[in-house]
Design a protein around this ligand. Structure first.
Ligand code: NDP
Length: 483
């Protein structure tokens, strides 16, 4: 097997195996090849990881922040130095083309480690004058954090959670998606090599039940999930029982609004990026593309011509632009939505079928004449399926863009910047792009509103979600007691 790791789990700075756990196979979705066989964490393994994390955390929190940061920045350098191998691993595990993984996965993970590595030593509290007395605040780590990841950006998700957690003095037990279990293990090994003390970043494999065990364990102070809304509801509820802090990065059905004065070539390019990159398996994708009626025909014509040129194929070939979906199950789901779109009367502009006989490939698909009440315009498909909807005016499109339970992201294309700001001011979304789409640099907070999530990852905002404030009142005179 081409990507077999040295063990299923990484705990307390070492590889760990327990063959009594159920088997997890990592499958390369371009050809069905089993690239690794691992075992699900048993309750003993989960316990071992949590014990190790708890043991290591107090000493880590007591270290100088600049020292913690230095280790993370060293890990960022190692990730960058090994970017090629890590990208191949991610491509094998997810099916995403190497052309993408070389620039978007371990590379963005390294950015997070570098950013939070630098941030660590800048964290300060407040002093609060109170007349004779005073108070001050301290930013303390939360303790042991559980990270639970989705399968679309495995190493990026692991880094987006581990980097702030570790920078601010926490320990983490991370469970990758069972579909993409490999790169989090590589990250654990690299963190160790960079000098991270044993026990601070542990990886345990498993399906939902392993995630649920972490989310309900009394030793876990915080749960950070990237996943779907249904899973988010369960994990949020489980965490609530233990009054734990949460970050929930969930799904979306984001609007991308193209006004008639937009640069249409840029708008088409952004709509394609926001629907076809990673075969459409991106939470913040602008899957509801609202195009002002006067430019609809031109927009669709340009889109169709460019979509026809997308190169589908072997994701390990660097000239390939679109790989397979992550699994057969996901491909079947996406093809089901495409059939449903056709059944509902949406007009297929291009794509609409599986590509090739083997592998989980689906053609880039565009539906036009889509109505708000169609299932393909309401539900998250998580595949290369764009829906194009027409609109007449600004007020109407804002109302329709907001008419969803989701609120992860939104985009606006227009040359009228006053309108752009006015519109994003009214959109119910955690992240908005103006004349751009789907760029998520680590400097920028990212997260959803409404059913798309709670909390923010990245940027200064992450500090709020991986630390808590302790207030200290300092009495500087006699105690005034009536007794
Ligand atoms: P899932 O919700 O199916 O799974 C997410 C993770 O949660 C997996 O590791 C899963 O394990 C685990 N899990 C499942 N059930 C439970 C449970 N009861 N308790 C604890 N953990 C559990 O999402 P997918 O992996 O299918 O990822 C796709 C989804 O993720 C999409 O909806 C997408 O929008 C969203 N996403 C959101 C992002 C954001 O930042 N907002 C970014 C990327 C994706 P297992 O997979 O092994 O079952």
């Amino acid at each position: 097997m081409r990507a077999q790791p040295k063990g299923s789990h990484f705990i307390n700075g070492a590889w760990v195996e327990d063959e009594s756990g159920a088997i997890i196979e990592s499958i390369h979705p371009a050809n069905g090849e089993v690239i690794a066989r691992l075992h699900e964490a048993t309750p003993e393994i989960i316990n071992k990881a949590l014990e190790a994390a708890q043991r290591a955390q107090a000493d880590w929190a007591a270290r100088a922040p600049v020292e913690r940061g230095r280790i993370l920045r060293r890990a960022a350098d190692l990730l960058r130095a090994r970017n090629h191998d890590l990208s191949v691993l991610e491509t094998l595990d997810t099916g995403k083309p190497l052309q993408e993984t070389l620039v978007a996965d371990a590379a963005s993970g390294a950015d997070a480690l570098e950013y939070f590595g630098g941030f660590a030593a800048t964290v300060t509290g407040q002093t609060i004058p109170l007349g004779r007395d005073m108070a001050y605040t301290l930013r303390e780590p939360l303790g042991v954090c559980a990270g639970i990841g989705a399968w679309n950006y495995p190493i990026q998700i692991a880094c987006w959670k581990a980097a702030p957690a570790l920078a601010f003095g926490n320990a983490m037990v991370f469970k990758p998606s069972e579909i993409t279990p490999l790169s989090a293990l590589a990250l654990a090994e690299i963190l160790c090599e960079a000098g991270l003390p044993a026990g601070l970043f542990n990886v345990v494999q498993g399906r939902g039940a392993v995630g649920a065990a972490l989310a309900t364990d009394a030793r876990v102070a915080k749960v950070s999930l990237t996943g779907s809304v249904p899973t988010g509801r369960k994990v949020y509820a489980a965490a609530a029982t233990g009054i734990k802090a949460v970050t929930m990065e969930l799904g979306g059905k984001s609007p991308l609004i193209v006004f008639e004065d937009a640069d249409l070539d840029n708008a088409v390019g952004a709509a394609m990026l926001g629907n076809f990159y990673s075969s459409g398996q991106i939470c913040s994708n602008g899957t509801r593309v609202f195009v002002q009626r006067s430019v609809k025909a031109e927009f669709l014509e340009k889109l169709k011509a460019r979509a026809a040129r997308i190169v589908l194929g072997d994701p390990l070939d660097e000239s390939t632009q679109m790989g397979p979906l992550v699994s057969e199950e996901q491909m079947t789901r996406v093809l089901g939505y495409i059939a449903q779109g056709q059944g509902e009367g949406a007009r297929l502009v291009c794509g609409g079928t599986r590509a090739g006989e083997s592998g989980c490939f689906v053609q880039p698909t565009v539906f036009a004449d889509v109505h708000d009440d169609m299932v393909i315009a309401r539900e998250e498909i998580f595949g290369p399926v764009m829906t194009v909807l027409d609109f007449e005016d600004e007020e109407e499109v804002i109302t329709r863009a907001n008419a969803t339970d989701y609120g992860l992201a939104a985009g606006v294309f227009t040359r009228d910047l006053a309108r752009a700001h006015r519109v994003v001011g009214q959109l119910q979304a955690g992240t908005c792009w103006i004349n751009s789409y789907n760029l998520t640099p680590v400097e920028m907070p990212f997260g959803g509103v409404k059913a798309s999530g709670v909390g923010r990852e990245n940027g200064h905002a992450a500090l709020e979600h991986y630390t808590r404030v302790k207030t200290v009142y300092l009495g500087l005179g006699d105690v005034e007691s009536p007794y």
